[in-house]
Design a binder for this molecule. Structure first.
Ligand SMILES: NC(=O)c1ccc[n+]([C@@H]2O[C@H](COP(=O)([O-])OP(=O)(O)OC[C@H]3O[C@@H](n4cnc5c(N)ncnc54)[C@H](OP(=O)(O)O)[C@@H]3O)[C@@H](O)[C@H]2O)c1
Length: 254
């Protein structure tokens, strides 16, 4: 089981990212927490430090790929090398296809896909010369297939999942590890805004404990909860499109 010395996390001002920072710090990892809401990050750093952990806050908007690249490169040198980089920042709002705007699609792709890819490439550049380190993307079970009210979100997560898989195919021999984390529904600010039914909704802490376990084991894919992940990732993937469309529309009540 690997534990991590130094981690760089995006989207750590709330939800899964903040809890991941707490749990890693408790296990001895020095964490760099980034996001746009600085006050939230400062409060998280104070909390981690008070509990005896090591943390540092940096303001970062992942839509700015140059800023992502520059920050990871600078801190990697300053702190002595990241062995874990997590592309966690994400946005998602349920919107019916008939009402979906270009601005929503553009923002979702900019954060969830372009921002995450920029983060992973920045981590790759830092870690490749050392020939070790873990690059993790928080995708979603929504990456599996198209789902009602989630067109842009599903597409962004499917894109990110295949991006990570490709990096892994090509770069695993270099010593780098790649982890695609695919959660179902987890309590966070994102799901707080969701008014629809969220089957098997998990609390944040146990969901993140599941992620930490997968990261430490070096799993390629960490998909949970199992009761949702297994059927979706096996039967769901194989299901003919017409049957998937029928079942999805029924589940969405449309
Ligand atoms: N909760 C779930 O059920 C669930 C399920 C599957 C996958 N996920 C994925 O898990 C990840 C974390 O989501 P969450 O559920 O924890 O939601 P959350 O509480 O809303 O957290 C989202 C995080 O992303 C950050 N963020 C958003 N836009 C950003 C930008 N432009 N630049 C930098 N940071 C940005 C936010 O920070 P600022 O606003 O401060 O920038 C926040 O820290 C996301 O990728 C999400 O898609 C969540």
């Amino acid at each position: 089981m690997a534990s991590f010395q130094r981690a760089f996390l995006t989207g750590a001002s709330s939800g899964l990212g903040a809890e991941l920072a707490r749990q890693l710090a408790r296990r001895g990892t020095e964490v760099v927490v980034t996001a746009r809401r600085r006050a939230r990050l400062d409060a998280l750093v104070a909390e981690i430090t008070a509990a005896g952990g090591r943390a540092r806050a940096e303001t970062l908007d992942v839509r700015d790929a140059d800023a992502v690249r520059a920050l990871v490169a600078r801190l990697d040198v300053e702190l002595g090398g990241f062995d874990l980089v997590v592309a966690n920042a994400g946005v998602g709002l349920a919107t019916r296809a008939a009402e979906l705007t270009w601005e929503q699609v553009d923002e979702t792709f900019a954060v969830n896909l372009r921002g995450a890819a920029a983060t992973l490439l920045a981590g790759r550049d830092a870690m490749l010369p050392r020939g070790r380190g873990t690059l993790c993307a928080i995708t979603s079970l929504a990456a599996t297939r198209g789902m009602p009210t989630s067109g842009a979100y599903c597409a962004s997560k499917a894109g990110l999942a295949t991006f990570v898989e490709t990096l892994e195919i090509e770069l695993r021999a270099t010593g780098l590890r790649f982890v695609d984390v695919q959660p179902g529904f987890v309590v966070s600010e994102m799901t707080d805004k969701n008014t629809g039914h969220m089957p098997l909704l998990m609390q944040t802490a146990p969901a993140v404990a599941r992620i930490v376990r997968g990261l430490e084991r070096g799993d390629s894919v960490v998909a949970f909860p199992r009761r949702m992940a297994w059927p979706l990732r096996t039967l769901g993937k194989l299901m003919p499109r017409a049957l998937w469309r029928f079942l999805s529309r029924r589940a969405a009540g449309s």
